[in-house]
Write a protein that binds this ligand. Structure first.
Ligand code: MTE
Length: 369
């Protein structure tokens, strides 16, 4: 999709072209039915921010690496850039993507299909930094802290302002794919996406990819922060008792972007149904489509090859019926670990992890109508 805007560095981003879920702090959805590229343009990549966006000057920027390490580090932006970079493609999905489909309605930003995007991220592998700092052998998690501060909204709320912080398990932190990134799609990170430096945790829901990253803190006990337990948590059963876990990997999911909900489609023609599919630490290996509300399914064709941590575009040529009427379109992906999208939402996830096949209701028009 042609986009005349240029966005970059620490300048304020334009919000034109987004579906605005909230203006301040910015919560902006990508109109994915119009952006059908493999790489989502940075200035249309969804934005999810919980707290006011901090302004950080590149020259004044410092990244602290401390906690359970032998030699704490304090790095400037230039120190990071000099360290040797890697570029990786990764899909980020907000854990609340698709929330508008939940019945009964769930509180929170009413994301439709576009709180997901795919970008090239450039930066230093986290494992390089942890090696340099000498990660303690008994460190269990690595906590990322952002420069944004404020009071979160969901109960129970802390008594004062807190920073956005989120941890990942040690094993994931040591994987070479986790980046401390300073570029998105070959340019400086836009301010809304974390300028000057953010974490990128491929395969995990977006909440782990902490923006405006100022501290990497290794801990010897699991981190129980607000966005680790109260928000972005889920319920699980342990020996018959309910316990609270922390969301991590994305689950296999596909979306139909074209046609869009309530679109009128012509009768008796081939309509190319288009969508994206992705999985967390696995690969999407098949997408099936139903044009009759789930009674029958047929296999879709992939447009993109498998690339770990990146989504795959797919299409399915639908020969639309002759007669006018309503049709519910569904898509269902499977991954290389034999996971298939579930039939319905798992209530243990609350208003998160909405990876059941989302119903796209369309209308086949009257011939000549
Ligand atoms: N990092 C900070 N510091 N503050 C935030 O509010 N939001 C998280 C994550 N990192 C957030 C953050 C969430 S919930 C998501 S889904 C992703 O950022 C979204 O990244 P994006 O805005 O670049 O798309």
């Amino acid at each position: 999709m042609a986009n005349p805007r240029t966005v970059g560095g620490a300048t304020q981003d334009s919000r034109v072209g987004y579906v605005i879920r909230q203006m301040e702090p910015p919560n902006l959805e990508t109109p994915l039915d119009l952006v059908d590229s493999f790489i989502t343009p940075s200035d249309l990549f969804y934005v999810r921010s919980h707290l006011p966006v901090p302004v950080i000057e590149r020259e004044a920027y410092r990244l602290t690496i401390d906690g359970a390490v032998d030699s704490p580090l304090s790095l400037s932006y230039d120190d990071l850039v000099r360290m040797g970079s890697e570029t990786r493609v990764a899909t980020l999905e907000c854990a609340g993507n698709g929330r508008v489909f939940l019945i009964p309605p769930a509180p929170g930003a009413q994301w439709e299909l576009g709180a997901v995007g795919n970008a090239n991220w450039t930066g230093v592998p986290l494992s390089t930094l942890l090696e340099r700092a000498g990660l303690a052998s008994d460190a269990v998690e690595i906590v990322f802290e952002g420069a944004d501060r404020g009071k979160p909204k969901e109960e129970p709320v802390p008594p004062g302002e807190i920073s956005y912080a989120r941890g990942i398990p040690r094993a994931k932190a040591l994987q070479p794919d986790v980046l401390i990134a300073y570029q998105m799609n070959g340019e400086d990170l836009p301010r809304d996406h974390g300028f000057p430096v953010r974490a990128i945790v491929p395969g995990h829901f977006g909440m782990a990819s902490v923006k405006w990253l100022t501290r990497i803190h290794a801990v010897r006990q699991p981190f129980l922060g607000y966005w680790q337990t109260i928000d972005y948590g889920y319920w699980y059963d342990t020996d018959g008792m309910a316990a609270r876990g922390s969301l991590g990997e994305m689950l296999v999911k596909s979306e139909i972007l074209r046609p869009r909900v309530h679109e009128k489609v012509p009768p008796n023609q081939v309509y190319p149904i288009f969508g994206y599919a992705w999985a967390g630490e696995s690969d999407v290996v098949s997408v099936e489509v139903s044009t009759d509300g789930g009674q029958t399914w047929a296999v879709a064709t992939f447009i993109d090859e498998i690339k770990r941590h990146a989504w795959r575009r797919w299409r399915f040529d639908w020969h639309t019926p002759q007669n006018p009427g309503e049709h519910v379109l569904l898509s269902r992906a499977s991954d290389s670990s034999s996971n298939v999208q579930p039939d319905k939402h798992d209530p243990h996830f609350g208003s998160y992890v909405i990876n059941y096949p989302l119903p796209i209701l369309v209308f086949v028009e009257q011939a000549g109508g």
